[in-house]
Design a protein around this ligand. Sequence first.
Ligand code: FAD
Length: 382
Amino acid sequence: MTPADEAELLHAIDRWIEKSVVPVVKHYDHADEWPAPIVAQMQELGLFGATISPEYGGLGLPASTYAKIVMRISSYWMSITGIFNSHLMLALAIEKFGTEAQKQQWLPRLASGEVRGGLALTEPDAGTDLQGIRMTARREGDDYVINGTKTWISNGIQGSCFALLVKTDPEAEPRHKGMSLFIAPKGPGFTVGRQLEKLGYKAIDSAELVFDNYRISADHLIGGVEGQGFYQATGGLELGRINVASRGVGIAEGALRLATEYAQVRKTFGKPIHEHQAIGLKLGEMVTRARAARLLTLDAAAIFDRGERCDMEAGMAKYFASEAALENSIESMRIHGAYGYSKEYDIERLYRDAPLTCIGEGTNELQRIIIARQWVKRNLAA
Ligand SMILES: Cc1cc2nc3c(=O)[nH]c(=O)nc-3n(C[C@H](O)[C@H](O)[C@H](O)COP(=O)(O)OP(=O)(O)OC[C@H]3O[C@@H](n4cnc5c(N)ncnc54)[C@H](O)[C@@H]3O)c2cc1C
């Protein structure tokens, strides 16, 4: 993608946000209502195929351009990025690890948004410790029969197809060798348990998914070989972390934008509040954090686009940007005084959305452990 093409695409995204997202965001967020018109517009913009190769009908965007799109949207409303982010994690698993027949069958429909879905890994008793999942898939002739429950699955209600992590050999040691990843379209035996109520990340549905003797043919096993599921599920994490980092950058920048505007119009003791040193110090820290988060994220994306390993860099970006989102949103809220606590102002939404970025795609506790391990590995003492 040339710089001119990228600029044109980002300009189109900016125009769409201004015209179609900003006027309705408060309504959908406060009502916690599925934003059907916005989803249709995202489909028209090609966002459901953003990172899918053009040969399968996608836009084939590099991670750096994709990251900038997610940053821009998240600086207004992070929730809607989850609708295509989680979907693209399903597509990535198929494109990276699927058989050619699976790619031909699923990717064009995922790219167009005709089929939308997500990634179903987490279970009630297993999040960070993914190898502790209990869901099983038992081979029966040409089929697999799947039983168990997933939880916290984004797009669980509105989506129709998920990358589903299961145990095909629950006794395997080490545990990851018994794990497999399936393409799981909704059908008999696959029901939505309940929608989960959340602090933020509204309008996108997070749901419990229940599998009760759900039967699918063996050609739904991604890559066609059992035992690869753990690597396949975590194989998309570099892009997944760049994506969550970009959401964090967006929130950090959005909170800064709102604070900057407010601090110039709100006056106390005869002057705009940004002229009080206490507020100036906050703005100085916020702009530095937002800038650092953006640069770390674009650095990780550039390494990813060169085809090099970037697990440490993506981890650092995700960790730093999500903490920046959290800190900038609360500082912006403080700058807004009582109005920051009001549902009439936008900052309360960014404040409620920010903490998710510290949890998703590996909690920030785990993230620092991964960064440290990688760092030591790259710097072994002689
Ligand atoms: C809004 C939302 C959307 C989500 N969407 C999806 C989705 O689409 N698909 C999906 O599969 N999942 C999804 N999740 C689940 C998410 O990925 C998990 O919540 C996350 O991985 C953490 O798992 P957990 O909640 O079970 O926490 P736990 O694993 O129980 O962790 C609890 C605490 O212990 C810490 N901890 C755990 N292990 C260690 C360790 N070894 N060292 C140090 N600290 C540790 C954690 O950092 C955390 O602070 C979503 C969650 C939310 C809130």
